[in-house]
Each structure stands twice: as C-alpha cells, then as structure tokens.
Design a protein around this ligand. Structure first.
Ligand code: WQD
Length: 345
C-alpha cells in the first residue's frame, strides 16, 4: 500500500519512511529539499535495502502534485511539509503562512482527485502555548500561539478538522509532537540543521564536535528544580513508529478524527540533557548560562495516556539512547557534505 509523505526527506519524514517500509508499506516521498539533501534518500535506501520513489516537488505546486497523486494513487498521506523554526517564523512570518498554511490548502484542494483513507498531520505541542498545568492533555485549552509557527499549527489543525468532517470515509489523525531528538541507530539519517541550530540537542552535538565554541543555556532562573526549562524529549524513531500506528489505525477506522500527544510523558531539564550527553559521550561539554530566550515555555511535557490507549504505542528509547544516537549521527555527518555547511557561522 502506497503512502504519500509530503516533506518526507526531512528529519521526521525520513525516519517515518524507514518505519513504513519495515511495516510493509511503500512510502512515496514528495519534498522540495529546502531542508534536506538528496543523500538522505540514498541513505534511507541503504537502511531498508531497497529503492524508494521520491519526487523533488513543492506541495504548493498543484499541477505537479496532482500528477504525482494520480500516478501513484496512495491510500494514505502523512503531511510533514512545513517550516518549523520558531525564531525564524518571528522574523519571517509570511514564509510560514505561505508554506504551512497556504500550501496545506493548495494540497487539500487537489487531494480529492484520489481516495485518501487515512491522513496523518504533523502538529506540535507548540499549539498549547504556556499550559496551565503539566503534564498537558489533548483537552487542555489552546492558548494564543506564542509564534507565527505555532499559529500555523493551530490553523492547520482547524483547517484539517473542517476539511475531513465533510469526508465521511477518510480518517484524520493530528499528532502533536513534543521535542523530537535523536537519530536512526544506523547513523545514516538524522537531523540536518541549516546554519546555526536553534534547537538544543543539535547545538550540543555541534559544540561537542567543535563546530560551535560553547553552548549557552538560555536562563537558569525558571521555576523548575534546577532553574532551566523542562521539555519532553522523544526519540525520532519512536515518533516515526507513532506515525505508522496512527496511519494503520486510520485505515481501520475510516471516519475518525483524532488528536494525540506524541511524547514520553516525562520531563527533562536542559541540565538533565547536558548531564545525559556528557555521560554517553564520555566528554565534558563546554557550556555557560545566558539570559532567557524570548518565547520559551518554562515547562511542558506530555500526558501520553491517550496515544497509549488508542494506538497501543509507547516510547521505547531513553533520553540517553536519544543523545547517544544524536552524537553518533553528528560524528557521521563529517562524511556527508551538505548545504548548511556553507551557511556555518
Ligand atoms: C529546548 C530547550 C531552550 C538551544 C522547538 C519548537 C517545537 C519543536 C521543537 C517543531 C529550551 C533551551 C535551546 C540553546 C538552550 N519543533 N536551549 N540553548 O523551543 O522547546 O521547541 O523545537 O515542532 O515546536 O518550538 O526546542 O530545542 O529549541 O529548546 O538553552 O542553544 O533548550 O531555551 O528551554 P523548543 P529547543
């Protein structure tokens, strides 16, 4: 069974392509490679030992994507295609409204040219803003978005809910990711930050390998046990498997609309992550403390009861596993030249 992955050459998409093949599906990747590299496709093929179909196309190109849909006729879609850098969205909001909202609408306007039975959407815990309490449940009130990026995920969820309400025999699953980290244990695919990473873990591994001089911890005066922010860090392979489970469940229950948190249900502070990294890498990390970063939520981690019950899924990798795989990937990246190398500071 063919499953279309928009943005499927990206960090989460590439790992989901591997998980789909391991579960007997055939992923069809459509990606404009703005945040990825052709070698990612080759490395997915090395992991799974077979060729995969991919198209270099922007999902906003209705003519091209309609031709791909009609040629491949997938029964499911996993929609990853979006920009996801919170701070960039503040500086360049129109890029985010264009890609994350308008291109989603363009894609939905042509999707009725085929029969999609199960649609999975990449959403984010960012939709919660600053939660009233943690762990945060799917029923928590949705606060005003903290950034244009977070707003595009809130709008995307609403558009999809309204669109799929009118499609009785198609299911929709909205997956609210917490903090995806780690890399495939093979060391062949992982995160490809373009330029200076804004996310914590790639910044840690780039500091450890010498690409960055020092990690700055943004704030040590939060109302948390060690004063640093708390997040729910989930291994990208666990996250990929959650997509396969959501897709399969959607194929069985053809008219459902579900919203599910995808997290470990455990919180870890920035200092917890640094300590775990130093343990797995067996080296001290060069870091110091700086002022808080605008827009940071002090504490957020998931209540993952619903996904456990609905999909019989649970996170298997520990924080240390995540950091061991991220560190292995950073060391392997030295072998792969990629565009963001040109944008290093
Ligand atoms: C984590 C913690 C920082 C860098 C974002 C998006 C979210 C999702 C994941 C897409 C925070 C601290 C970071 C650094 C630091 N993306 N930090 N020094 O902001 O929780 O979530 O990425 O869905 O939508 O919002 O992740 O990794 O940027 O930050 O101290 O150099 O690490 O302050 O407390 P975040 P992050």
């Amino acid at each position: 069974m063919k499953i279309l992955l928009t943005g499927g050459a990206g960090f989460i998409g590439s790992h989901t392509a591997v998980a789909l093949i391991e579960n007997g599906f055939e992923p069809i990747i459509v990606d404009d490679f703005r945040n990825s590299e052709p070698f990612v496709i080759e490395n997915i093929e090395k992991i799974v030992g077979k060729k995969i179909t991919s198209y270099a196309s922007n999902i906003g190109n209705k003519k091209e994507v309609k031709e791909i849909l009609q040629k491949e006729n997938p029964i499911g879609v996993i929609h990853f295609a979006a920009d996801k850098a919170v701070n960039e969205s503040v500086v360049n909001p129109m890029k985010y409204y264009q890609n994350n909202v308008l291109n989603l609408i363009n894609f939905l306007e042509i999707i009725d040219s085929i029969k999609i039975e199960s649609f999975v959407f990449s959403s984010s815990c960012t939709v919660y803003g600053v939660p009233d309490k943690t762990p945060v449940k799917e029923t928590a009130s949705i606060k005003p978005a903290f950034s244009p990026y977070g707003y595009t995920k809130q709008v995307g969820e609403r558009i999809l809910n309204d669109f799929f309400k009118s499609l009785p025999s198609s299911s929709l699953t909205l997956l609210r990711y917490f903090n995806p980290i780690g890399a495939h244990p093979s060391g062949l695919i992982g995160e490809l930050p373009i330029g200076v990473p804004s996310n914590l873990v790639p910044y840690i591994t780039q500091t450890a390998i010498g690409k960055r001089k020092k990690l700055t911890v943004f704030g040590k005066d939060y109302d948390t046990p060690d004063g640093t922010c708390i997040r729910d860090y989930i291994h990208v392979v666990d996250l990929a498997n959650a997509h396969v489970s959501a897709l399969e469940k959607g194929l069985k229950s053809k008219d459902s609309i579900k919203t599910l948190n995808v997290g470990t249900g455990k919180g870890a502070s920035v200092l917890d992550v640094i300590t775990a990294f130093e343990k797995v890498s067996k080296q001290e990390l060069n870091y110091g403390f700086g002022p808080r970063r605008a827009g940071d939520v002090p504490k957020i981690y998931s209540d993952n009861t619903l996904i456990k019950n609905e999909l019989d899924w649970d996170a298997k990798f520990s924080l240390e596993d995540c950091l061991e795989h991220s560190w292995n990937w950073e060391k392997n990246l030295l072998k792969f030249k990629y565009k963001s190398e040109k944008k290093q500071d």
